[in-house]
Design a protein around this ligand. Structure first.
Ligand SMILES: [Zn+2]
Length: 204
């Protein structure tokens, strides 16, 4: 049996309501005991976690990994699936949901499947692609949501843009409800927002 003792970290455990410093014992890769300092026994290996958080893996519902299928040189400078997943893991995030406003957008089952495969090869944090609500993220024609769900999309969004046409938006919402999938909305009315600025004031 391999044992690892993490000592002195702030243990945040939503399941038990604990939020206090303590020790955490891991046996064979699984949490075996949580308790106050010195309470959970000894291990061959001990790590001093003073000043660190010990918590379940964090989930970020909204990240941008700019890599996309068929994107040429120049599109990946901001972030790739590999660099984003590495950053997530380094920060304690075990799952991230990647927005589809890439170039080109993730608006098809093929693109989603490609994305899932890249994330699998990177094999760091779980990277769950969000598929577009509409084809080309243009707000005109609903994308094939069911096919993207089957390919591994975790939700749908036209992030960075709103679906201005209420009839199109209703079709998307009805189809998402039918197939049991969430929609993440970019809440902005472009017609109202155009040219708008927020003044530095108590109302901003
Ligand atoms: Zn965004």
């Amino acid at each position: 049996m391999t044992r690892l003792l993490l000592t002195g970290g702030r243990i945040i455990d939503p399941a038990s309501g604990r939020d206090a410093p303590g020790d955490l014992l891991i046996e064979n890769g699984r949490i075996a005991a949580i308790g106050d300092a010195g309470e959970v026994g000894q291990a061959e290996t001990a790590l001093d976690c003073t000043g660190l958080l010990l918590a379940p893996g964090l989930i970020d519902l909204h990240v941008h990994l700019r890599e996309a299928p068929f994107s040429g040189p120049g599109d990946d400078f901001a972030e790739t699936i590999a660099s984003g997943a590495a950053a997530a893991a380094a920060g304690g995030f075990t799952t991230v949901c990647a927005m589809p406003n890439t170039t080109p957008p993730l608006d098809s089952a093929e693109a989603v499947a490609w994305y899932v495969e890249q994330a699998r090869q990177v094999n760091l944090a779980r990277v769950l692609p969000v598929g577009c609500m509409t084809r080309g993220r243009e707000g005109r024609v609903p994308a094939n949501l069911a096919a993207m769900r089957d390919a591994g999309a975790c939700a749908f969004s036209d992030d960075g843009a709103d679906v201005a046409d209420d009839a199109v938006f209703e079709q998307v919402l009805r189809e998402a409800a039918r197939i049991g999938m969430p929609v993440l909305c970019h809440c902005e009315n472009a017609a109202l927002a155009e040219g708008g600025v927020i003044h530095d004031s108590p109302l901003a």
